[in-house]
Design a binder for this molecule. Sequence first.
Ligand code: UD1
Length: 461
Amino acid sequence: MNSIAKKWILVVGARPNFMKVAPLIRAIDKHNHSCDSSLVTIHYLLVHTGQHYDANMSDAFFRDLKLPEPDLHLGVGSGNHGEQTGKVLIEFEKVLLKEQPDLLVVVGDVNSTLACSLAAVKLHIPVAHVEAGLRSFDRKMPEEINRLLTDAMSDYLFTPSPEGDENLAKEGIPPEKIFLVGDIMVDSLLFHLDQAKKTNILSRLGLSRATADLRVSDLRGSEALTSDLRGSDLCGSEVLVSDLRGSEALTSDLRPPTSDLCGSEALSFYALMTLHRPANVDDKNVLERIIRGLLEVSASLPILFPVHPRTAKQIKAFGMETSFEFHSSPDIKPEEYFEGKTLKKKIHCFDPLGYLDFLNLMSNATVVLTDSGGIQEETTVLNIPCITLRDTTERPITLTEGTNVLVHNDPEKIVAEARKVLDGQTRASRCPSLWDGRTAERIIAILAGHSTKKSRQDEQD
Ligand code: UD1
């Protein structure tokens, strides 16, 4: 039996797309190299819309994830939602008309996902959506609109967890289009974790892995540390726990959980943060509320913030620079976290990091503060406490099975949840089923199987 050749287009546009497409490409290559000649052979084109274009928002991910150079780059860049979506639609339609692919594969929920799906469906090109069925039920989020519309247009809907299937069923999507395959981001995470742990980002930031590998809850059980925490001489200096307490309001219970915060040795406990949602950073009052909570936390735990360009712009526009310490590179000496013997009440910012550095930092963090979607899943897999600066999540499984908790923009909740982490009141996560690193293989097997079946049927007709 002869192998059938099929042409697919895979699309990437923005930062959270890259780690979702990389495992698909690996799985396609593996599929094509399998020696079963009855299988369909997949020729793919990788198209980058250019929604994200900065070196550290795009190129760094191609390098870290070993993605092939895009076959086509549409260079659409930034703009208002209508403008950006419209530009991708216009440019991508031209690509589809020229290339006439058999299938379009889109991932996630960014504007490029929606625009490319719309272009394809109008030309009767089947669409496969990876990460389908997620719903925050908040239609003010641009991503929610992108998710709803992309799912309504797609022919193959690959869901990461059972709530996705339920959401799609309620929206009337026929069950034969829905495939529960697991979380594609976890494929990338598991594939790269060992390599990520070898980057030098911890030492560049004046952090150490040694004790960071221990979870706070492990340490809480230890007599030695407990007595350290209650006021022993830290690192042989005169720094006492009470000295490290910044704010009375917050820190009556919140103790720095490490014994080496002496200002010259690497710090083994830190919070890692991401913050870029328009709902959080485009409104001055909201951003102020979040920063108020964060500054309280920063008195006990340094907050490291690879800052998204949107957020950097807003901090400047609102004149909020005094709450931040901007580092020109992620090279920070341990003493730079201190003012005298206390931690600075500042958020430490630097440019966005690549995939491997960020994964390394996340996997060693005491706690992660975020408004991102994917990070809620990644922390669940890594069993790192996650405080999400939103009031809804499209990934509720991270609340029920994982380490995630929602605090919205409420400074008191931010502080209370951080305190729980430092008190060891964290919940261990259970990794959801099918989050096993083999999601891409399942997707490619399903799509290739359907292609083969359809081609055989067409031959017979
Ligand atoms: C987009 C996604 C969001 C995702 C986020 C990850 C949509 C609707 N949103 O949001 O779901 O979580 O990416 O980053 O698609 N900018 C640069 N350089 C870049 C990219 C952006 O400076 O390489 C600046 C521009 O000023 C731009 C702003 O960031 O206007 C926002 O970029 P945009 O792509 O519109 O949305 P994100 O906020 O990044």
